[in-house]
Design a protein. Structure first.
Length: 307
């Protein structure tokens, strides 16, 4: 009788121990997960092949005094040809940009042969590798360089491209997560046809995604694994996809076991024994396949594998 009571107590304690373990793990991972955005880099060299000449030059440039230069091109254009007033406006705006920032050299206008376009290369080492300062510089240049009355002004170049790419990836984080969670929730509701059961796998997938963010930050700090907006976004989709996929398998097997085993705890143990090896084999195959990306030449793809 005593052995039966002891066994019953253990069965009741195990779920709480598992829950407590997850809470402890998430508490440890939480400070690191919140820092993942700080190490995310979306520069052009973060997506280029590691062996590319431009990537090697960027690495040398990082070691030089002043750091990496933010390069832009300010383009003034008018259909039918630029007027003297347009050229004066362009020169005045470029002078304001040069007066407000430390530029590498004095910008010189390069006109097109047909006289419709005037291009000013603008570069500065002021931001260094700080992406926030780079974005502030690009946005400030765009605020100053403005057209009107038929004169169009565009700011492009590598620095502007990096700022735009960073803005796009940062804007995807929230909508991507909400859309993924919404699609998964809809599928789970249709599959389970239950008002509450779908919340369990969705919540677990969300916790797993948060834990993955902490592990991704640890990989970056410990092994220098690159983190980009592309890789972190794909990581979220894969975690939700794989997590709910394995949850469907486990819950389905658990329901089958409940038909022949009275106690829920024993039914879950039987379900884990039945589908556990399949889940481990499947997830292991996925992990091994993604780690093959370590052999990729593109920096973005190589960093995506471990994430």
């Amino acid at each position: 009788m005593g052995a039966v009571r002891t066994s019953a107590r253990r069965r009741r304690a195990v779920p709480w121990l598992v829950l407590g373990l997850w809470i402890a793990v998430l508490a440890i991972a939480s400070p690191f997960a919140s820092k993942l955005a700080d190490v995310q880099r979306d520069r052009a060299v973060d997506y280029l092949p590691a062996s590319a000449d431009s990537t090697q030059v960027a690495k040398i440039q990082d070691r030089l005094p002043g750091g990496e230069a933010t390069e832009m091109v300010v383009v003034y254009h008018r259909e039918g040809g630029l007027t003297a007033a347009d050229k004066a406006t362009a020169a005045e705006q470029i002078d304001r940009i040069a007066g407000g920032h430390e530029l590498t050299g004095e910008p010189q206008g390069i006109p097109s042969k047909d006289g419709t376009t005037l291009m000013y290369p603008v570069a500065s080492t002021e931001p260094g590798q700080d992406e926030d300062k780079r974005d502030a510089l690009v946005n400030d240049v765009r605020d100053v360089a403005r057209g009107g009355d038929g004169l169009s002004v565009d700011v492009g170049g590598e620095g502007a491209l990096a700022t735009d790419a960073s803005e796009v990836y940062n804007s995807l984080d929230g909508p991507l997560l909400y859309t993924t969670a919404g699609v998964v929730a809809l599928l789970l509701i249709l599959i389970y046809r239950s008002p509450f059961l779908w919340l369990v796998p969705l919540a677990v997938a969300g916790l797993a995604d948060y834990l993955s963010m902490g592990v991704a930050y640890g990989l970056n700090q410990g092994f220098g694994t690159s983190v980009s907006g592309q890789s972190s976004g794909i990581m979220t989709i894969l975690v939700f996809g794989a997590g709910t996929d394995y949850a469907l398998l486990l819950v389905s097997r658990y329901r089958e076991e409940l038909r022949r085993i009275e106690r829920p705890y024993d039914a879950m143990v039987a379900a884990l024994r039945g589908c556990g090896p399949a889940v481990l084999a499947s997830s292991g195959t996925v992990a091994a396949g993604l780690l093959c990306l370590l052999a990729a030449d593109l920096n973005s793809s190589r960093g995506m594998g471990p994430l």
